[in-house]
Design a protein around this ligand. Structure first.
Ligand code: GLC
Ligand code: CA
Length: 530
């Protein structure tokens, strides 16, 4: 069991810049995280994943690394990291780092050398292509807008950047690059980190022939999405190198690998990257893409995931992260948004698959309203107003009612949400019915029952399409989960064997009683029974 701790785990994502500022410069840091370890442990999660903390010019807030083996001074020092790791481990919390090795910063010494001439030893460490100024080599586009090619006056060549121009893509086809990147992974493994989240792991290799990406028939507002970006991702070589990486990481004990797979192909592709010998987990982003709040949409994702993954790989689920609008706001109609969020949280934490919680979800943090003048995210700055960027989900964590929500004593790098006086940790800790205590109860339930962590998933038919019910079964332990997605009260028939009766162990409206195949449910009611 210990080997696969990550199957039993719930992982909490921290965006360090916005979690807790210990030295009051307006930016969260490692000492800040250390101050909050008891809070995190108290939630009942098993591991933290930190968005990048390495040395970085912060053009993409850490996803542009200029030194993989050092900590950015804004976050602290290597010494602070060692202490944080040690403290976390003492408390039984594992620590997962973000490994951003598809690209570096343009300020990384490798790139500086690489761009210095066409003949230097690192000339081939990035993807350089001959061309004529003003005519990019092909139609590849950057995720952040515009061509993925940038002309370099010095080399009189183009280099590739699938993100900002300050994030040149590494050339994984060069064996020296690969060796260096593997060494970086080893450096952190030797330090004792418990695993990695691999940033855009399916982009490592691009088509060697630089073929144009085929355009889609249907056009959207975002140019990048108007292409099947097949030649800039999911190349067969990528899976091979992932297998090598996995072998290296498995030679250390008890580590986890998680892939961020950027794809249009959804679950099929998440499965591809987590087949035996490949990554342990790949984020399943399908919930994030659900447009309509309905049982049907969520259930479809789960049933499809179950079918594809079966026992061949281990699923995972997320509702949000540092790249997507807060789900609580997405499904809001101005009222009852908390009820909807509670329903989704119950689903997330009772499904078969490793759940990820993005910091702040546990207190119901909303999407921040960031005016253009305060925008920080390069994506938003480039694509405004078609895309507002990702700042809204990166606003400071709300700890208390203080001026800056207890995040800092000075004005933070992004504005604090205006609801901080009622949406904050301190207040919710005192209120037994708060979102925070709701999450804690769900998490402790998941910890307590193997059925919820490891059990099989069995769908239960109901006569109301907006009531989603399923069983989780592990050996002789059974848990029945009922989720009412209706905004009204309903009477529903569950397709349970007639004689079956289930005692309620958890619920949003009742916590006691017996369930049989006929139940009355309040709007958005959650029931878990045994
Ligand atoms: C991933 C990260 C995102 C970042 C991008 C480039 O998608 O989650 O925040 O901007 O990769 O590294
Ligand atoms: Ca700070």
């Amino acid at each position: 069991m210990n080997n696969n701790w990550w199957k039993n785990a719930v992982i909490y994502q921290i965006y360090p810049r916005s979690f807790k500022d210990s030295n009051n410069d307006g930016i969260g840091d490692l000492k800040g995280i250390a101050l909050k370890l008891d809070y995190i442990k108290g939630l009942g999660v098993d591991a933290i994943w930190l968005s990048p903390i390495y040395k970085s010019p912060m053009k993409d807030f850490g996803y542009d690394v200029s030194d993989y083996c050092d900590i950015d001074p804004i976050f602290g020092s290597i010494d602070d990291f060692d202490k944080l790791l040690e403290q976390a481990h003492k408390k039984g919390l594992r620590v997962i780092l973000d490994m951003v090795i598809n690209h570096t910063s343009d300020q990384h010494p490798w790139f500086k050398e690489s761009r210095s001439s066409r003949t230097n030893p690192k000339a081939d460490w990035y993807i350089w292509v001959d061309g004529e100024k003003g005519i990019p080599p092909n139609n590849w586009l950057s995720y952040f807008g515009g061509s993925a090619w940038e002309w370099d006056e010095n080399r009189k060549q183009y280099y590739l950047h699938l993100f900002a121009k300050e994030q040149p893509d590494l050339n994984w086809r060069n064996p020296e690059v690969k060796r260096e990147l593997f060494n970086i992974v080893k450096f952190w493994l030797d330090k004792g980190v418990d695993g990695f989240r691999f940033d855009v792991v399916n982009l490592f290799y691009k088509d060697a022939k630089l073929r144009n990406n085929p355009p889609k028939k249907k056009k959207t507002e975002i140019d990048f999405e108007n292409y099947y970006n097949v030649f800039t991702r999911d190349r067969p070589e990528t899976l091979l190198v992932i297998e090598e990486l996995q072998e290296l990481i498995e030679s250390y004990r008890d580590r986890v690998t998680i892939g961020e797979v950027a794809t249009d192909l959804g679950v099929i592709q998440y499965f591809e990257y987590t087949k035996p010998g490949r990554l342990n987990l790949a984020f399943n982003f399908e919930f994030k893409d659900v447009e309509k709040f309905s049982a049907k949409s969520f259930k479809e994702v789960v049933e499809f995931t179950e079918k594809v993954f079966e026992d061949a790989a281990w699923p995972s689920y997320v509702l949000g992260n540092h790249d997507s609008a807060r789900f609580i706001s997405k499904f809001s109609d101005g009222k009852l948004e908390e009820e909807r969020a509670r329903l989704l949280a119950a689903m997330l934490l009772t499904l078969r698959g490793t759940p990820f919680i993005y910091m702040g979800e546990e207190i119901g943090m909303r999407e921040g309203e960031i005016p253009f003048e305060k925008l920080q995210d390069p994506l938003g700055l480039n694509l405004w107003p078609k895309h507002k960027g990702r700042d809204g989900c990166r606003t400071p964590m709300q700890w208390d009612e203080g001026d800056y929500a207890g995040f800092s004593t000075v004005e933070p790098w992004l504005p604090v949400n205006s609801d901080k006086n009622h949406v904050n940790v301190k207040r919710q800790e005192k209120d037994p019915d708060s979102m925070l205590n709701y999450y804690k109860k769900l998490l402790s339930l998941r910890r307590k029952y193997n059925a919820l962590k490891l059990g099989d998933y069995i769908s239960i038919e109901t006569d109301n399409p907006e009531v989603y019910a399923y069983l989780r079964v592990f050996e002789d332990e059974r848990k029945l989960v009922i989720l009412n997605f209706n905004a009204e009260s309903v009477k529903v028939k569950l397709n349970l064997p007639k004689e079956e009766k289930h005692n309620i162990v958890f619920g949003t409206h009742r916590t006691k009683g017996v369930i049989n195949n006929l139940v009355e449910l309040d709007p958005f009611e959650v029931l878990i029974s045994e």
